[in-house]
Design a protein around this ligand. Sequence first.
Ligand SMILES: Nc1ncnc2c1ncn2[C@@H]1O[C@H](COP(=O)(O)OP(=O)(O)OP(=O)(O)O)[C@@H](O)[C@H]1O
Ligand SMILES: [Mg+2]
Length: 320
Amino acid sequence: MKNIIEVSNLKKYFGRGDKLVKAVDGISLEIHEKEIFGFLGPNGAGKTTSLRMIIGLLKPDVGEVSIMGNNPYKNGKKLKRELGIIPQSLTFYTDLTVEENLWFLAKIYDLPKDLAKDRIDSLISKVGLDEKRKQLARTLSGGLQRRLNLILGLIHDPSIILCDEPTPGLDPQSRAVVWDFIRDLPNQGKTVILTTHFMEEADRLSDRVAIIDNGKILVLDTPQKLKASIGEGDLVEFTLFRDDQHHLEKISNLLKGYNGIVDSFVSSGRIVIRALDVVPRLSKILNYMESENAVIENMKIRSTTLEDVFINLTGRALRD
Ligand SMILES: Nc1ncnc2c1ncn2[C@@H]1O[C@H](COP(=O)(O)OP(=O)(O)OP(=O)(O)O)[C@@H](O)[C@H]1O
Ligand SMILES: [Mg+2]
């Protein structure tokens, strides 16, 4: 596997004294050619700051970046055509139409007219904006604006695409369009770096994921391996009628010792157990809980998610 980006010991601190924020605190990684690499972490974890340093928009305090053998702080110009940036905030001209926004960028990149036209048509159609192409950007719904934001970063056909939180607050349909679009990029020979605090997005799209928190990479691997790393078995979540923390903790601790239960903990007002062969054991587990005065309001069986991996590493949920 060829490395297209190499990052070593990148650090960026903001402020000083009491107000010192270690936004990025020593990250090292390699991005392989034609992979989708995900940064998954909660708000303020350092995802955007990492991305901005990797592409040369922000100078690190410490550390090195190499993109296709180039230093982005020295050879930024050479890399400009290779990098496609899809920022977290929407960045288009609201008083231009969908296609005018694309034409504007095509001119900035000095693309020949015929080539630009083909690319614009193809990008518009890939994200389902055909019928909206002559509509002012500001009159598009939030979901369609996100789709426009996505394709604007690709007009110059870059080989590396950096996608900062592509789907915040999107409706399921727009999210599916954006996910399909990103998932297909490696098939076109492109490498993608994605940041998200949405575990399902990281899981579905990424070939490898770095889980980042407080400016540090906690783990880095394929989603499958990360999920397998926290243990075998399925998870069962219980909501109880009596859901004060003390009671939940008490029941959870009792369950820890029960036959077949590998782990039990309280998260966001629910008891979560991990158990092997959970279905055949379920009725016994339920009887046991009842005998311990736990009245079950609701129950859900599910497989491990990257959220569980994050909770396992930090003791916190990604979103609360
Ligand atoms: N220019 C800046 N000046 C001061 N502090 C900053 C600056 N940029 C980022 N930070 C701080 O650095 C930390 C990391 O921010 P960053 O934007 O990289 O996080 P993030 O993981 O992208 O979060 P989000 O999910 O909210 O986008 C935060 O505490 C943020 O407040
Ligand atoms: Mg961010």
